[in-house]
Design a protein around this ligand. Sequence first.
Ligand code: COA
Length: 273
Amino acid sequence: MSNYEAIILTFEGEVATIQFNRPEKKNCMSPTLHKNMVHAVEEVRAAKSKVLVITGINDTFCAGMDLELCFLEPFDDPEKMEEINKDVFGWFKAIKDFPAVTIAKVNGWCFGGGMELAGICDIAIVANESIWGLSEVNFGIFPGGGTTWSYAHNMPARKKALYYALTADTFTGAEAEALGYATKSVPLADLDAETQKVVDMLVTKGRIVLTKTKEVYEKVIWMDFPTAIDYEMAKLWELSRETNDDWVRTALASFKKREFKPGTQTYKLVNDV
Ligand code: COA
């Protein structure tokens, strides 16, 4: 466990967990929390964790930016604003392009920047009871700093996306799943167990193959089909090289001996470091 003021970072085997820890302020993101995240994200990267779970303490995932400490107080101090923004966008971009699989475990209130964060994670396991909202229009701005990108990519139906951004109407975690924003929604009482189930599936896979799967997905969705084929094949040989051809030499060799069924079982790679 590392010592940070506004978050709690813990490691258990190949899994890192970050909990936002400002329960008295509904885990909204202060400049200190942003600075903590800049360092914590690098700590997790250096630890070569396979999975990073991000969640919140108590009844809240994250109530977005700290409206007082990130906007109101530093508003007339451009240098201070610039420093805060450098931290925020630094760690947001790092999470979007992170080697470990990122899971947003949404346990409660999830607003504005909290929705952006849930949206840039790879997987979101959420409580049915959690309340989500793009509240920005309520205080006179549109969802900025990547939040529009995030909601637009996670609520692909235009009429739904614009409805929530224009009205700031809230929706539940169960609705977030129906909208495509959440991977899975379960009763709050089952949230830990459901998240653990997903983590357990992920840790049986190779670390390098997980990272490459994400990297290839993120690039390929912007490519035409022939370019994607070339890129995917080039990355496949890169993966093969970095894992000493484990997939052929050990996994498929093991399949040839009928030692496992790749459709329903995972082979434990030997050269995944
Ligand atoms: N920025 C700054 N302070 C915040 C905050 C935020 N985003 N979200 C909550 N807080 C503070 C509250 O002002 C309150 O502070 P106080 O104890 O000094 O009065 C404290 O956290 C507890 O919140 P409270 O509003 O009393 O809790 P609630 O359960 O009645 O309501 C919310 C919960 C999330 C609905 C409400 O806090 C809220 O609307 N927060 C703002 C959400 C938002 O619009 N975020 C987008 C930012 S981009």
